[in-house]
Design a protein around this ligand. Structure first.
Ligand code: GTP
Ligand code: MG
Length: 202
């Protein structure tokens, strides 16, 4: 599957106002600054379709991008951004949670993790929350351009070892760099496979 066209459609805080037609969608979630918006830009082969920033907390809304006029990529705000107020954090949390609970057209979520860091409690908690709510997800390690290939391999293995304590099966893991455009094809291929399964199940 190739991304041939990408179009920004709408930004929302309320899941009820997100696009109502039942096109399949794929969401990108993870800590603030992990590289969600950058990865969406790289996948769409556009520099600025999703807004990025070196300051954490850039994406504050649920953003829908229509791909190939058929399905959506969804850029979500990051969790774990220390500098927003408690009230703001609660607000974010509640609309992100309702997005995941209510969006029945969500086929799969990509949980982004910075390849440079060992497993962080906030990510493990979020992954456990997805598990409890039976929301399917894959893991995407970002910023691979910052490490040597040996360090990438050992960090992925170390992460999977942590997950094995709680999970019988480890989800698919992708290693990416938005800057160097690494690992993008395997993500679009996995989306293509899921879209084929979705069409077949209809
Ligand atoms: P929020 O919207 O704040 O939650 O952040 P985000 O997860 O969308 O991150 P964003 O894409 O805005 O990127 C955050 C910072 O990381 C920016 O300075 C990006 O340039 C940088 N960045 C993102 N992806 C990569 C990557 O693959 N390699 C490198 N070296 N930097 C990256
Ligand atoms: Mg963002």
């Amino acid at each position: 599957m190739q991304i041939k066209s990408a179009q920004f459609i709408v930004s929302n805080t309320e899941v009820e106002k997100c696009p109502s037609e039942k096109r399949p969608e794929f969401a990108f979630i993870g800590r603030s600054n992990v590289g969600k918006s950058s990865l969406i830009n790289a996948l769409c082969n556009q520099k600025k379709i999703a807004k990025t920033s070196s300051r954490p907390g850039k994406t504050q809304l649920i953003n829908h991008f229509l791909i190939n006029e058929q399905w959506y990529l969804v850029d979500l705000p990051g969790y774990g951004y220390a500098k927003v107020s408690k009230v703001q954090k609660k607000k974010f949390q509640s609309y992100i949670e309702s997005y995941f609970r209510k969006r029945t057209q969500l086929l799969l979520t990509f949980v982004l993790l910075d390849i440079r860091h060992p497993a962080q409690p906030i990510d493990l908690e979020f992954i456990a929350w997805l598990g409890r709510h039976e929301i399917p997800f894959y893991l995407v390690f970002t910023k691979a351009d910052k490490l040597s290939s040996n360090a990438i391999d050992s960090n992925v293995v170390a992460y999977q070892k942590v997950l094995k304590k709680d999970w019988e099966e480890i989800p698919l893991c992708f290693v990416t760099s938005a800057t160097k455009k690494l690992g993008l094809k395997s993500i679009t291929e996995s989306i293509g496979d899921l879209l084929i399964d979705f069409a077949a199940a209809k």
